[in-house]
Design a protein around this ligand. Sequence first.
Ligand SMILES: [Cu+2]
Length: 531
Amino acid sequence: MRSGRGVTRRRVLGIGGALGLMAATGLSVSAALARRPSITGAELRSAVPLPPPFQVPLPIPAVLKPVSTSGGVDRYEITQREASAEILPGVTTPMWTYNGTFPGPTIESRRGRPVTVSHRNELPVPTVVHLHGGRTPAASDGYPTDLLLPEGRQEHSMGTGHGSEHGMHDPRAVVAELTRDYTFPLDQRPTLLWYHDHRMDFTAPAIWRGLAGLHLVRDDAEDALGLPAGPRELPLMIADRAFAADGGLSYPALDPTLRVRPGVREPYLAGVLGDVILVNGAPWPVHEVDAARYRLRILNASNARHYELEAVTDDGRRLDLIQIGADQGLLAAPVTHKLLPIAPAERYDVVVDFSGVAIGGRVRVINRLGSGRTRDVMAFRVARKAADDSRIPRTLSNDLPAWRRSDAVRVREFAFRAGRMHTGHGWLIGGLPFDPARTDVTTRLGDVEVWRLIADVHHPVHLHLVGFRVLSRSGRPPLAHDAGLKDTVSLRPGEAVEIITRFDGYRGRYLFHCHNAEHEDMGMMANLEII
Ligand SMILES: [Cu+2]
């Protein structure tokens, strides 16, 4: 009942929702904005009893040890394999994992010190690893057809989807078997990155089954700021899931083997939402804290769920969420929020001060867009008084790019909209579904461009390789949380968002796409060729 009621009240969108409305009645953009729906997607309901909130301790993903640090390179090994996890207390959930855990192990790196991760695929399907937010040469960026096949499997026998469904072959694909080395130079601003599966047509179910982990990049300048650190720096990977009666994860895949036929069943075409909110793989967890400042490194790793986060004390007080960083690292100066929207794949670096909370008191992190059980995210219990020598400097960084409109050598426009592709319903960029063989954008290394991104429903748009700045939203100034350097921008229904970036780093074939993972699998990607 709880989620059923929520579904109707919050007008969760199937394809017949806002899309049909906008197409059929020709709603103007301003009218569509006024009717902005809070959620794009439909919610699955779990078939097992769910635990009460704030009982399970918050897990912190283990930091992976390098197998070698010689030659100026940190070398890691990760095995992708099936493993059983106890996500819900007393319930066994088979998952696809990096090294047997969900989230996968965290990698910690220093800026400019290269890392090689050797991935071994022991899963029953091909995989692709993408380091989201990484400034990575194309060969290691995890292009969706650069498959890592399980041992002894031929590509044609694996039903890799792009062959069977799209009737196309990608001659540029670089396919490996069993193991593949991904090399990340990490010559970039320090920030929280995340690695996840990016296989053609099957990214959404692969992430849902557990193929996601964190990768932190640090440097001396950031370390010297005096921000909360050590046990007072917490990564928070937020993701929703739903559980079937047998304890396994529910997912409405058309092909449960995830080999041949991509896509999801009808009510979920706009995105798959779960009724259980996980943080670092635990349902509605609780974490004991000192009465001190904490640095929260928040990632929304959900396939389609958006959150508007608030930190609320037992007596109803909303704590400040002091944003210090965005997707691509530190802001110039802190920005204080009471409410922080976070779309799939976005990251926010936030300091929360628990020193004003009574000892024994609780601070709940809630999602204003949720309803019933999905309104809760996690809680902090303030356990003890403690000394705190951390600080939040008024100047956090002074290396943010200051691109101006006049720097741009061209302006491009892309519409992110529902439409038809040959397999049925699709999500299109500029009217076209993804085709690995078609170059959608060609740009020169070093060029500055302005992109105008237009949405029908919510689309969190992600560019590989580069960070960008948000210039405007539907002709108005950016929102407070658009500050800093981004790699994913949340387009709200009916909105036109302008971003500016410089295409530097590496030449080669990259992507831009919607990071609603279901949209991404149903066509909403395009090629970006840097020459
Ligand atoms: Cu989308």
